[in-house]
Structures are given as structure tokens and as C-alpha cells.
Design a protein around this ligand. Sequence first.
Ligand code: ADP
Length: 177
Amino acid sequence: MREPRVGVYPGTFDPLTNGHLDIIERATHVVDRLIIGVAANPGKDPLFPLDERVEMLKEQIALMSRGNGRYVEVRAFDNLLMNFVTGCGATIILRGLRAVSDFEYEFQMAAMNARLNDDIETVFLMASERQQFIASRFVKEIARLGGDISSFVPRQVHDRTLQRLGLRVPKLATVGT
Ligand code: ADP
């Protein structure tokens, strides 16, 4: 019997979007165990503190069919990604690819990581057409300017984002998950 394949899906998740969730769902079919690595990333000046980004992921993972801790786990990290990955006993890094705009950055990162440790493979996944264009950066911008973000993020994330921005959370908003 082969060893279980462990993968890490790293990101800032500031906040978690339906695009991330799409990638997570796909990733669970690629690896036997998935560890979602939430990068502290203070350099990106995140809107949400690290523990809240972790909490939002845990909330949504619990709703997934393979969301129990056996298959999918959420961990925060603030060290070098490659060290985090090997510390998790993983051999695969999963990343999502949106349009061409992501490609150059992701390509460079994958190549540098391969140089750091050639035993770890980076695998790219594409979200469905509907979720592909979603980016946390725009979600925050749209919310800040009073736009409706309910089709881009799960309900809990929608409410938390408005709260964090000091905006009123509509009581009966019809939002998707
Ligand atoms: P980072 O700061 O590491 O880029 P993000 O949370 O922005 O963290 O993204 C984490 C990963 O998820 C990246 O590989 C990114 O390309 C991917 N991703 C984010 N949104 C989407 C989406 N809508 N479709 C596909 N991949 C996505």
C-alpha cells in the first residue's frame, strides 16, 4: 500500500472566498490529507488577524463532506513555506491559478521552492469558471465601497467582513454560500 499523500494549500485567506473553497474541494480529490496553511503574512497588512482567518476556514471546512480533521486540517504558520510543508510531512504544495495574471508570480514561486527542496512538487488547480475571477483583494475593496459581496464569499465571511470594516450587516440579506 502506498503512503498517504499529504498536501499543503498555503495562502493568506484574507478573507476566505468561494474561489478558495473551490480549490480546497478540488484539492481533497488530489491528496489523501490536506493541510490548509494560513500564512501570517504581516507584510501584506491583512484586514483580518491570523486567528480569525483560521477560524473562518475552520467554520467552512466543517461543512464539507470530507471536512472532518482526518482529511482536512487548518494550521497557521509564520515560517518559510518549505519548512512548514516538510514539518507537516507533506510532499505536495497546492496552489490555485486564476487568469494569466497569477501565472508569473506562481511560476516564480514554484521554481524557487523547487530549488529549495526538489522533493516537494507544486500542483496548480483551476477553480470553476464562476469562481475563478474572485480575489480577496477585490472582495475587501467592493465591501469597503458599499458593494454587495454576498456571491463571492460564504455567509459568515460576508458578515465578518462588513463587521470588520465597521459597516452595518443587513439582517435579511439573501446570500449564497
Ligand atoms: P497568497 O497571499 O499566498 O497569494 P491568497 O489567499 O490570495 O494567498 O491565495 C492563495 C492561493 O489561492 C493562491 O494560489 C491563489 O492563486 C489561489 N486563489 C485565490 N483565489 C482564487 C480563485 N478565485 N480561483 C483560483 N485560485 C485562487
